[in-house]
Design a protein around this ligand. Structure first.
Ligand code: MEV
Length: 438
């Protein structure tokens, strides 16, 4: 492909498919067939997907799986997960079962505050600006009343607007740092609409503020946008049990507990390990976030920023042993929604929420944090005992066999065979060849 395309978005879906197939792939007919093969058989469902984004030509599937037996605050959940990585759901299910027999997970909401900012430049007298802000603040709040009305009726709305001076960092830089309560909505549209109106009103009011010079009246709004850093939209989940109940077959439980705490402590102080440790946590978190139609990029960005809040990237989980009790917990910021966005539109998202017993946003925060904690427990347990590859390669076995073109009968035989054999690329290839030659 060496010529740019004009007006691609104006083409029909068929024309888009033709264009991409002819210009970007070796076998246009096969490409067209594949793209169409992934269309939903129900045209209404397909149209929904077509309209989620621009230039849709097909759908991209991820497996949708269930990790059952999660007991959270004494309530049982089967957790839906959308993820491609072989071992994640198996690991989550195993951890859920393990903790089910030990009292389950406890989770609590620490805060639900969302943040948005109007970033602006003002190079005049700061005292005048702070005086102006105090006088304009009620106007700012009044100007968004049509947006906040229904949220306020349900108990949410604007928590606060604060003027912050950051001109020591960028010349003239100030901000309206705004905090919101958006209840069961993730709240991005609500927050951004409020912020854009704050910006307009702020500029208008500045023009009317007599104490400002002509130059000072000309406040430059750089941008108005929510922040995905939400350190006060925080949830904590934990498990605990007596060390003697840990009963790990691979090593004595006291050694296991101590090694586990050591492994978590390493992730606290060593960023190279912390990133991978937290990646494992995000295996669980993202899978539920995605299945429930939430914005996993927002969650990822906010969580990693939180992991670095003390100046060095560190573990999101913590573990300790106290008076013979092993305690393992996570504290994580999660701005999630169970209304709005995709929740009512995407049939699989609706189903995922139904499977979770239609949780509130707070309940979903707890479930997602638990999924992250469970995933981390499973990963660290494997790492400090058998090593990660044993379980991982077992789960990856079917992918390998599919790639090597194994038949259903061969897959069945080899899955049984590898129950007590080491799975490697070479050993799987060899076993399949030997089976085929029989
Ligand atoms: C793999 O997706 C995740 C792990 O690397 C996490 C960890 O090392 O803790 C197993």
């Amino acid at each position: 492909m060496n010529t740019p395309v004009e007006g691609f978005s104006k083409l029909t879906k068929t024309q888009k498919i033709d264009w991409i197939a002819i210009n970007c792939t070796k076998d246009p007919e096969a490409t067209k067939q594949l793209l169409k093969q992934y269309w939903n058989t129900d045209p209404r469902v397909q149209q929904l997907h077509d309209e989620f984004i621009e230039n849709t030509v097909s759908n991209y599937y991820l497996p949708f799986a269930i990790a059952p037996n999660f007991k959270i605050n004494d309530k049982l959940y089967a957790i839906p997960m959308a993820i491609e990585e072989s071992s994640v759901v198996a690991a989550a299910s195993k951890a859920a079962k393990f903790w089910l027999e030990r009292g389950g997970f406890k989770a609590e909401i620490i805060g639900t505050e969302k943040v948005g900012q109007v970033h602006f430049i003002y190079k005049g007298d700061n005292q005048k600006l702070f005086r102006f802000f105090d006088s304009a603040k009620p106007e700012l709040i009044k100007s968004v009343s049509s947006i906040t009305q229904s949220m306020e009726k349900r108990g949410g709305g604007i928590n606060n607007i604060e003027l912050r001076d950051l001109s020591n960092k960028v010349d003239g830089y100030h901000q309206l740092h705004c905090t919101f309560e958006t209840l069961d909505a993730m709240g991005a549209n609500f927050i951004n609409s409020c912020l854009e109106q704050f910006a307009r009103t702020f500029k208008e009011q500045a023009l009317l503020f007599d104490a400002f010079s002509e130059e000072e009246k000309n406040i430059e709004v750089v941008m108005s946008i929510l922040s995905n850093y939400v350190p006060d939209c925080l949830v904590r989940a934990e498990v605990s049990c007596s060390i003697s109940d840990l009963g790990n077959a691979d090593m004595p439980s006291k050694d296991f507990a101590e090694k586990f705490v050591r492994a978590v402590n390493i992730a606290k102080v060593e960023p190279y390990r912390a990133v991978t440790h937290n990646k494992g946590i995000m295996n669980g978190i993202d899978a539920v976030v995605l299945a429930t139609g939430n914005d996993f990029r927002a969650i990822e960005a906010g969580v990693h920023a939180y992991a670095a809040k003390d100046g060095q990237y560190s573990s999101l989980t913590h573990a300790k042993i106290e008076d013979g009790i092993f305690k393992f917990w996570i504290e994580v910021p999660l701005a999630l929604g169970t209304v709005g966005g995709l929740t009512r539109l995407h049939p699989m998202v609706k189903l995922a929420l139904e499977i979770l017993q239609n949780p509130s946003a707070k309940e979903l925060m707890q479930i997602v944090a638990v999924a992250g904690l469970a995933q981390n427990f499973a990963a660290v347990r494997s790492l400090i005992t058998t090593g990660i590859q044993k379980g991982h390669m077992k789960m990856h076995l079917l992918n390998m066999l599919n790639q090597l073109g194994a038949t259903e009968a061969e897959k069945q035989k080899l899955v049984t065979y590898f129950k007590d054999q080491t799975v490697t690329n070479a050993s799987v290839k060899e076993a399949l060849e030997s089976l085929k030659s029989k």
